[in-house]
Design a protein around this ligand. Structure first.
Ligand code: NAP
Length: 282
């Protein structure tokens, strides 16, 4: 019998999750279908109940439902509790549901796969929306030397910095229009700079960071998963920094989701080839 999986988002047409998972199912010989479901916020509870009733094997959850789904689930796994967001739903016997987060572990797994340790490093993170704040929490618990959170709405960065400082980590907030000299100095001083804003999603977007933010020896990770090279990655390479784009995080969060649903390792190469065919070849 065909196993059923889906992603809930609104909008969801742009999602590459069906491409990734279909390639993996085909490579591993799994008879499965993965649907894109555009679920408006007011229909979220009903769509989840329908997925349970239909015997759905696994769900991905994307914007704007990553927080809203949490109270609807039977249990929240530690990964999602720490991140404050769910991007994977696991279905247990008896209609029980568990919310997980694989975005954060996917991001750090990709750094690991590139031999980059965050322990003892100074980190500058731009953006503290859903993805950025989850990554900030992930950095704070990984033994970093310091974390500077830059966000256009400064008060959000300040509140998150206060929350994470209470755990004993060295976390500060920095004003972020990128043109603020303080922002460029903070990013330049970091060993690892991360763009977790939406700047870069459009091909003509500028770099998320001001000129003069990058230097050799730095790793610049732009989590925006797009087909074009972002201006942030271009600027990082031009300054001699190592640039990483959002494809690795996308692949690894999908592989971790597959393991939660099936207990099996995904075929990362098959997923990566499918991403390239979909235009995300970097
Ligand atoms: N590679 C992956 O697997 C992966 C996974 C998840 C997310 N992502 C990417 O991560 C990015 C953020 O997603 P999200 O879910 O966190 O979105 P979100 O919750 O809507 O947050 C958006 C963030 O971008 C900032 N921002 C928006 N417009 C800006 C501008 N013009 N200048 C500077 N900052 C701006 C926002 O600042 P304010 O707080 O001031 O509004 C906020 O920090 C997206 O590009 C998404 O595609 C990638």
């Amino acid at each position: 019998m065909t196993e059923r999986f889906a992603i809930f988002g609104h909008p969801v047409a742009h999602s590459l999750s069906p491409v990734l998972h279909a390639a993996n199912f085909a490579s591993l010989g799994i008879d499965a279908a993965y649907a894109k479901m555009d679920v408006p916020p007011e229909d979220l509870a009903g769509a989840l109940a329908a997925a349970v009733a239909d015997g759905c094997r696994g769900l991905n959850i994307t914007v704007p439902h990553k927080q809203a789904i949490m109270p609807l689930l039977s249990r929240i796994a530690p990964s999602a509790a720490r991140a404050g967001a769910v991007n994977v739903v696991e279905f247990l016997p008896g209609g029980r549901t568990v919310g997980h987060n694989t975005d954060v572990d996917g991001f750090f797994a990709d750094l690991d796969a590139h031999g980059i340790s965050v322990s003892g490093r100074r980190v500058a993170l731009a953006g503290c929306g859903g993805a950025g704040s989850a990554l900030a929490r992930g950095f704070a618990e990984r033994g970093i030397a310091s974390l500077a959170i830059l966000n256009r709405s400064f008060e959000k960065a300040a509140a998150l910095a206060r929350e994470l400082s209470a755990t004993g980590a060295d976390v500060s907030a920095c004003p972020f229009p990128p043109s603020a000299p303080e922002a460029a100095e903070t990013v330049l001083a970091a060993d690892i700079a991360v763009n977790a804003t939406v700047v870069g999603l459009k091909p003509d977007d500028p770099s998320a960071f001001a000129p003069g933010s990058f230097r050799p020896g730095q790793t610049v990770y732009d989590i925006v998963p797009v087909a074009h090279e972002t201006a942030t990655c271009r600027a990082a390479r031009a300054a001699g920094a190592a640039a990483m784009d959002g494809r690795g995080m996308l692949l690894r969060q999908a592989a971790l989701a597959f393991r939660i649903w099936t207990g099996r390792d995904a075929d990362i190469d098959a997923m990566s080839a499918a991403l390239a065919r979909a235009g995300l070849s970097g």
